[in-house]
Design a protein around this ligand. Structure first.
Ligand SMILES: [Zn+2]
Length: 163
């Protein structure tokens, strides 16, 4: 998957109707046409700030290409994925060890918070068992990967100021 395709997918999941500004919440964002950028930029008509599709989300500031993130989430959601350590991710998705470690850390953080936590619990046959497992392993197997990506885009980064 090419980078712009992955970016477009995330934009569609984050803003199914109109592009909402992560800075002021206004829904009049538009796409900027800038050449030679790796990630598409957006601009708010109201506060005039520029932002990316990951701004204000758990994926903000990730170094790995967004296409790697899409692949990582697909991998973590795949049925029959048993081992879920950073080294498995390096092998399956082809990301470097630091990026893999970072991806796993962010997924762990997100799965202990809503809306991903609710999504996992709603799809789990045994809530007691899964609540304990959430802190120990990734619990994304069998989930719809588009739903998981959407949940990640609704999760704030760990050190974000409260809105
Ligand atoms: Zn704005």
């Amino acid at each position: 998957m090419y980078e712009l395709e992955a970016e477009a997918l995330l934009a569609r999941l984050r803003w199914p109707e109109t592009i909402q500004c992560p800075c002021c919440g206004h829904d009049s964002g538009y796409t900027l046409n800038i050449r030679n950028v790796q990630r598409r930029r957006y601009k708010c008509k109201k506060c005039r700030r520029q932002f990316s599709v990951t701004k204000g989300t758990i994926l903000e500031g990730v170094r790995a290409p967004l296409s790697c993130w899409v692949a990582t989430v697909k991998w973590a959601c795949a049925q029959g994925t048993t081992a879920q350590r950073p080294c498995d991710l390096c092998e399956r998705v082809g990301v470097g060890p630091r990026a893999a470690d970072n991806a796993i850390t962010r997924l762990f953080y997100a799965q202990n918070r809503d809306p991903l936590r609710s999504l996992i619990l709603a799809n789990s046959p045994s809530k007691m068992c899964i609540t304990k497992a959430l802190t120990e392993r990734l619990c994304l197997q069998g989930l719809n990967w588009e739903h998981v990506l959407t949940a990640l885009l609704q999760t704030s980064p760990p050190n974000a100021p409260k809105p």
